[in-house]
Design a protein around this ligand. Sequence first.
Ligand SMILES: C[S@@+](CC[C@H](N)C(=O)[O-])C[C@H]1O[C@@H](n2cnc3c(N)ncnc32)[C@H](O)[C@@H]1O
Length: 242
Amino acid sequence: MATDSRARPEEGEAREDQVQTIFSEIAPRYDLLNHVLSLNIDRRWRRTAVDRLEVDADPQRRVLDACAGTYDLSLELARRTGFGGTVVASDFARPMLVAGQDKLEGAAVQPVCGDSLRLPFPDASFDGVMVGFGVRNLSDVNVGFREFHRVLRPGARLVILEFTTPPNPIIRTGYHFYFHRVLPLIGRVVSGHPWAYTYLPESVKGFPGPEPLAEALREAGFQSAEWTLVTGGIAAIHTAVR
Ligand SMILES: C[S@@+](CC[C@H](N)C(=O)[O-])C[C@H]1O[C@@H](n2cnc3c(N)ncnc32)[C@H](O)[C@@H]1O
């Protein structure tokens, strides 16, 4: 299968523009493709990620969903019995926020168009931060981690759900075939975008594994950073305490 060179993640501002453009263009088909391509496993991962935030029922609680996209993670928390607070859902691709808007009916979710590398929020203003499949897209993950640390109150948690590469060679072979052959093909046909779904596996390939990521979280100032693999290591969930 031909790989468009534009699908290779760039660096710095060029990368930010590239990522913002990709998600703005695929926004109308994002939800459909997300659940088809992940075979709906992402729902289970999102539940586990939200469990790990350990936010209580206090109605004053404010949780940030950074790189929120079409709000799947925001809604996983906002619709829980046992959560009485507000989810602030921020993303820099406005078309993603617009595409998910119909799902928000009656949910305590506040959309904000903003960049995760320059969060438009005061220091220590959140009781939790969560990021689903977002950090891999940041042009500088260390800047993002420092921003998440800055906006969290002391003792509160950051939870990151992100794709990774399975450690087991047999699972990895099947995963590579699916991710690099099947997924770009289905993505191209359904989204109509020539290379957005080639960008996805390319961006996972170029992203640090769980341990370097945990180290980067500690360097950003988090007291502790732990991670677990889910579904054979296709994805990892990181939990860090401010
Ligand atoms: C793969 S989608 C994930 C969306 C959603 N969190 C989910 O779990 O389905 C990645 C999202 O990150 C957003 N994003 C990437 N870089 C960003 C940045 N620097 N600031 C804000 N949003 C960003 C994209 O616009 C996109 O909506």
